[in-house]
Design a protein around this ligand. Sequence first.
Ligand code: GUN
Length: 293
Amino acid sequence: MLLLDGKLLSENIKAEIAAEVDVIRQKGGKIPHLAAVLVGENPASQVYVNSKIKSCEQVGFKSSMVRRDADLSEAELLEIVHNLNNDPDVDGFIVQLPLPKHINEEKIILAIDHRKDVDGFHPVNFGRMAQGMSAFLPATPFGIMEMLRRYNIETAGKHCVVLGRSNIVGTPMSLLLSRKGYPGDCTVTLTHSRTKDLPAEVRRADIVVAAIGIPQFVKGDWVKEGAVVVDVGINRIPDDTKKSGFRLVGDVDFDEVAPKCSHITPVPGGVGLMTVTALLMNTLKACRKEIYQ
Ligand code: GUN
């Protein structure tokens, strides 16, 4: 069993990006600038946004954070989005999800200028991705594709089973893996809460992508010998031995599944770090106007 090391990969990619930023700086070009909007006090969201800002610093990007309390109105958030859309110094920005219940996420995503949508959540980017056109790919699926590519995981003709049909992971992942090219050319099964016999579906998989948000859900006897397992879950479970009182586990029961796999992503240290790195890759593309000339 080989670990798909998101930490090592993301460090390599960040070093590549930092080198590109150095060249931009030497030539007097525009330094990429990512802005992040964080509404409310969701502890996981705070960790993610802080990690995104810190990663910007590591590669030499400019970053800015817009923080607001959970009682911010939808109109106020729309105004923030409009200001970021119209700020020529900001190349790309994200609005961290989930948003407080009184704010319509769909409305906010639609208000983001798709040319600055480095999360790849806007339907223009999603539609372009689905049609194989150049687009900002959603950060988690983009990070996973990059991971498969850099580890030379064979994908053509493989049967891939994706667990979870969210707009930000499961659905785009299934589209990207079924697209022509590498990584891709998979035969994909997209499973969800109404799938009849989930363990039987997973047993047929050469590649498993688990993105359901249930801790240690995928068990050892669900996984075919030699499968590649990508664990997207980042779940907190109580752990008295930790100072924080919790520890992070994925959607896969790592101890049971790892011995059966050819490759598996750890949690933490797997997909999560690739998500942040993919966001940096998208921001560099946005700054270079590579997607929308
Ligand atoms: N919430 C969970 N994942 C993400 C992400 O990739 N981007 C944003 N904006 N919010 C998220």
